[in-house]
Each structure stands twice: as structure tokens, then as C-alpha cells.
Design a binder for this molecule. Sequence first.
Ligand SMILES: O=C(O)C(=O)C[C@H](O)[C@H](O)COP(=O)(O)O
Length: 202
Amino acid sequence: MWTTWLKQAKPVMPVIVIDDIEYAVPMAEALVAGGVKFLEITLRTPAALEAIGLISQEVPDAIIGVGTVTTPKQLHDALNQGAEFAVSPGFTPNLLDAAKEWGGAYLPGVATPSEVMHAREAGFQYMKFFPAVPSGGRSMLKAIGAPIPDVKFCPTGGISAETFHDFLALENVFAVGGSWLTPASAISAQNWQEIKDLASQI
Ligand SMILES: O=C(O)C(=O)C[C@H](O)[C@H](O)COP(=O)(O)O
């Protein structure tokens, strides 16, 4: 799935917090207009599930995903709203089972070699490396890539407009994630042009 999507989308996953449902569609349209199609809506706010549903109906070019998935129920609720991919900050055996049963694009969160091996053993080859910078950043990813070259990561956590290129340059990085593309100040000011411009710079 990721390979197909990456042919048509910039390898960047904005991590989005929606406080006001009114902002969901214009913000998604701004990102997509800037060429950023992966949208990870975090389940951190009450509006998140409704936002996933709205964007999946009204912004057809978006590849809509759900983030902050910590339970199987959250995964199922988001899939019912139309989420096409799902991301977790970590993983549990129950979550891995639920994601496998679904069979779609799921990124378990990992930060250590043992977690990578555990998730790979469960059948996952694409993972979120979180929290990327506090967990060792690029040097940690390079170190993991030596003994485990077949796993690809989306590092997230502490990545910025200044550093994302350096992460993307690593062989075992397929995309990068972060909140820098959707600053809270731009969203609350409804400054969609700023968000489109940030996305266009990728
Ligand atoms: O909510 C989730 O599911 C998370 O796992 C955490 C987010 O991915 C990071 O908090 C983003 O990090 P920043 O780009 O440093 O803001």
C-alpha cells in the first residue's frame, strides 16, 4: 500500500490536531493543494473521528489516516469513518492482532530494536519511529538499519522544516511525520494559505 501511495504523494505525514470541526476540510484542502496528501488526524480531540469522516467524503485526493491509535476500538471507529491508514505511538499485542485482522496499512510505533523485531515478527514491515529525536534520531535509525535492513520507518517527534530532509535521506526512511506543517497558530487563525505554502515547500 505504502509503495503505491508514495508514487503519488509527498513522503510527509502531517500530524494533525483538530479542535474545531469547521477547520477540518479547509485545512485538508490546503495541504492537498500544496501536494501533501497523507493526513494523519490524531485521536487527541473529540472532533477527530468526525473530521476523518468529513475529509474522507469531501477531500477525495487526501489519503486520510488516523493517529494516536492506542486501542482496537479506536482503530475500528476510525476505519468506520473512512480512515485508509492508521498509526500508533507504540503497540500492544491486541493492537497488532486487530491491525492484522483488518489487513490494511498500519504503522505500529517503535523506538528500540526489540520493538522493531517484535512488530516485524507480527508481520509488519513499515513502522512509525517515535519519538524520533528523543529516541536517538538519525543515528539510531542508521544503527537499527544495519542489522534490520528490511524494515522501513516513518520517524515522527521533534522533526522540523529544517531537519526533515536529513531524515528522508536515510535508506530505511520511507516518510517523515510531524506537526510542523500544521501550526496551531495558523489553524486557529484559519490561515489556510500559510498551510498551503508550508506544504508546497516540501
Ligand atoms: O499523537 C500521536 O499519535 C503521536 O504519536 C505523537 C505525534 O506524532 C507527535 O507528537 C508529533 O511530534 P511533533 O512533530 O514533534 O509535534
